[in-house]
Design a protein around this ligand. Sequence first.
Ligand code: ATP
Ligand code: MG
Length: 368
Amino acid sequence: MILKGLELDFFRNYVHAELSFSPSVNVIWGENAQGKTNLLEAAAYLSSCRSHRARYDRELIQFGVDHAFLKGEVFSHSRDFTLEARIHRGERRQLFSNGVKLKTAGELGEVFNTILFCPEDLSLIRDGAGARRRFLDDAICQLRPRYAAALGEYKRLYEQKTRILRDWEEKPSLLDTLDDFNLRMVQVGAYLIHYRAHFVKRLSVLTPPIQSDFSGGREKLALRYETVSTVTDPEASPKVILEQLLAHQQSHRRAELDSRQCLSGPHKDDLAVEIDGQSARQFASQGQTRTAALSLKLACRELFQEDTGEWPVLLLDDVLSELDNRRQAFVLERIDGGQVLITCCEETGALARDGKRFQVKGGTLVHG
Ligand code: ATP
Ligand code: MG
């Protein structure tokens, strides 16, 4: 799939911008704090309504303005699509594909997929399990709209149950609804575990060869999905997982009431990353951390291609500058085939493939 054009109004520091991209490599360059990452963020938003650095949509709207508008011209599945997002402060966002209003953000993923790699992605290896769950969830949401809906439901249930557990001593009547919440959470939770485990299974085939190539054949990477202890096989059918989750849920009921926290469920799951048999989180060097995170993202890109038959658009934020020449060359070779948007601080000549360059200054395009 190709992002042919992008139009922004009042998005972050862009009052108005129109870009038309090359189907191969697009280099976006400029000094710090000019709006390079904002452009990648806008492209990513049109694929999933998610941003890697904004928690709420309102953060994307320009300071002092009450709405933002994004439009992407996308070529995918041999057709042209116009995707639009309208974000208003205090209102629900509105999404359109070829003028037809979309019901869910997940529907964008059927038309347009992106894979973003940015400096913050080192947290994918280093941080707690939350960063890795988010990585899995972001990717699966783009591929499976039903997963996105289930994840949204699980989050709502989790928040409601957390409130019950927090307030039940003051308001014992709240406990009347706890069993209903528990049952619905294991139903939805079983589905999440099943899908995540199957995704990890495929990722664990695609990632190790990339890490190995990166390290000149020296490093062996392994992935494993870790979930609730009673689940014997996370790849089993949701029905089987449901029973096992229920058992865990019930045995932790008292502990949840005492600690006033949700202790049982896939909201604590993790994707274990090991390099040469050691936990990458604990033992990987800086370089290994960077390459492992990038390998995961590139593997994800290949998985998307397998799944949809099209290369997702790769968004590389400030990445190449951090890699040595051999690894830079390796990345550029590996991503041959699809469209790429790359940001960097200098007008570098290193990016050989024919493509386009855009210079960004204070939220405007200087040329391009
Ligand atoms: P760097 O090279 O440091 O990564 P960058 O070019 O990627 O810089 P961006 O992160 O794209 O920079 O843009 C940052 C600029 O956008 C900052 O000056 C910031 O204040 C501004 N900005 C962020 N959000 C908004 C917003 N909602 N409204 C207006 N400006 C914003
Ligand atoms: Mg940036």
